[in-house]
Design a protein around this ligand. Structure first.
Ligand code: TYM
Length: 335
């Protein structure tokens, strides 16, 4: 069986990019035969950026409800909170001890933080960089390697982290002379590797350019109308290539619908009309899960019971594997 694993950091509410890049492919993969899905809330990763306990708490519940509202089958999928599996942080340490510091120096998020310090003229390149931020990819490697994941559905921004996880896994296997870890593969949706946000940059919580997955109908329309376009008038033919609106439409449309929209662009559809069509399509797709999401949020105890069950199943894997790894590195019981 193939293990499919992915996680979402629990800061803020999930947006269309998270859905298209990770949640949707993950749920699809979980319905394939012969897969064993492991999906989790990366709430320890959340602490790197969010130090407002209320926000972290709300976001975990929101993201849990989101997965469930979108039809995740939790009998099949193991659905859990990262923080409920303490073996993951234990593994983080074992991995940290084989992971070269230089490898982490190359991580995009860390490099961006250092570059910001540089740009601000700070004398200390590491100013404000926590050990958490620095170790982020190692923790992510622990998430993945703990459950021997084969396939990891993610957006393009996570590819580097998958490479790092493979690198760390290889080093550990080499040093301790065994096939302890499976080599994970990133699985990036080729149609929408990276969904753009309102301003044309990557849709991201950090850029404040997101469309929340389950915002109200009114908000959805308002936000779609805000998506940046060029100044071509109705009647003038438009390019689909590199157009954020077209990309968003394609992420939700069937092949036939995409072909129709391409034709409409060539025929000079006005931006207002194109936006209305996109709203119709997205709203139709999201209407039902949005309703379920709000219902689920009314009953946190129900969600909690699902998470508890998930944690038990995850630990049933993690505890014995961690024992094996302790032995591998020489910290087993004396007798
Ligand atoms: P996070 O929470 O930033 O994003 C969750 C997932 O959504 C994808 N994504 C996008 N995909 C397409 N277009 C976009 N604009 C877009 N924005 C976000 C991300 O690529 C990601 O797949 N470190 C991870 C969480 C994590 C994880 C893991 C993932 C922790 N441990 C183990 C996989 C395996 C993160 O912060 O993703």
């Amino acid at each position: 069986k193939t293990r499919v694993l992915t996680g979402i950091t629990t800061t803020g509410i999930p947006h269309l990019g998270n859905y298209v890049g990770a949640i949707r492919p993950a749920i699809r993969a979980s319905k394939e035969e012969n897969t064993e899905p492991f999906f989790f809330l990366a709430d320890l990763h959340a602490l790197i950026k969010a130090q407002d306990p209320k926000r972290v708490a709300e976001s975990r519940l929101d993201i849990a409800a989101t997965w469930l509202a979108l039809g995740l089958d939790t009998d099949n999928a193991v659905f859990y909170r990262q923080s409920d599996v303490p073996e993951i942080t234990e593994l983080l340490w074992l991995l940290s001890c084989v992971c070269a510091k230089g490898l982490m120096n190359r991580a995009h998020a860390y490099k961006a933080a250092v570059a910001d310090n540089d740009a601000a003229g700070s004398p200390d390149p590491d100013r404000g960089v926590t050990m958490g931020l620095f170790s982020y990819p190692t923790l992510m490697a622990a998430d993945i390697l703990m459950f021997k994941a084969n396939r990891v559905p993610v957006g393009r921004d996570q590819i580097q982290h998958l490479e790092m996880a493979r690198d760390i896994a290889g080093r550990f296997n080499h040093i301790y002379k065994g096939d302890y870890f499976v080599m994970p593969e990133a699985e990036v949706d080729t149609r929408v590797q990276q969904l753009n946000g309102l301003d044309g940059r990557k849709m991201s919580k950090s850029y404040n350019n997101t469309i929340p997955l389950f915002c109200t109908e009114k908000q959805l329309l308002k936000l779609i109308r805000k998506i940046k376009t060029n100044s071509l008038e109705p009647g003038e033919p438009k390019e689909t290539e590199g157009c954020s609106l077209f990309q968003l439409y394609s992420a939700f449309a069937t092949d036939d619908q995409i072909a129709d929209m391409q034709q409409a662009y060539a025929d000079g559809i006005g931006w207002g009309d194109a936006k209305n069509r996109i709203f119709e399509l997205l709203n139709e797709t999201l209407k039902e899960p949005r309703q379920r999401y709000h219902e689920l949020l009314e009953d946190p105890a129900h969600i909690e019971s699902i998470m508890k069950k998930g944690a038990e199943r995850a630990r049933a894997e993690a505890v014995p594997f961690m024992d094996e790894l302790r032995r591998a590195v020489g910290i087993a019981p004396f007798a």
